[in-house]
Design a protein around this ligand. Structure first.
Ligand code: SF4
Length: 143
């Protein structure tokens, strides 16, 4: 079976900033077609679970308390790319709108619950290396 890189929160792991997950029932169908290779770039980059939420602003990433966490996001993205290469993943299913995993949208950087067109730090790095990106909103393309 093909290996599929996937945001661990979508599989049900409690790795979100608030210590919860984004489990989607379609995961059970995906498991029949792919070997799921779990990733969480924010925890891989040294951020805690739970943690203060972060957003992208002017090319950097800041926590809601104003801490510059760009280096954590960059490190996490790099570790995910290494895992992607090690497992020869050509595709990734990532959680939309996350500052790490968002593919088409991210929050606007003002913590105002507003989404804008954009891409997360890890998703961007994977895309630059030719990985096909999908989100929970276009799961039909993977099943
Ligand atoms: S960094 Fe990605 S995998 Fe980790 S909790 Fe956020 S959206 Fe999920």
């Amino acid at each position: 079976m093909e290996n599929l890189l996937i945001s661990a929160c979508l599989v049900g792991y409690n790795v979100k900033y608030n210590g919860k997950n984004n489990y989607k029932s379609f995961i059970e169908e995906l498991k029949k077609k792919y070997n799921l290779i779990l990733i969480c770039p924010e925890s891989a980059g040294g951020l805690t679970i739970p943690r203060v939420p972060s957003e992208i602003k002017d090319g950097k990433v800041y926590s809601k308390t104003g801490l510059d966490v760009t280096s954590n996001f960059d490190l996490g993205a790099k570790k995910v790319l290494e895992k992607c290469i090690r497992f020869n993943c050509k595709k990734a299913l990532l959680k939309e709108s996350s500052p790490s995993c968002g593919v088409n949208k991210v929050y606007d950087g003002n913590f105002s619950d507003t989404k804008i067109p954009g891409i997360g730090v890890c998703a961007k790095l994977l895309k630059e290396h030719g990985v096909e990106l999908y989100t929970e909103n276009d799961i039909d393309k993977l099943l």
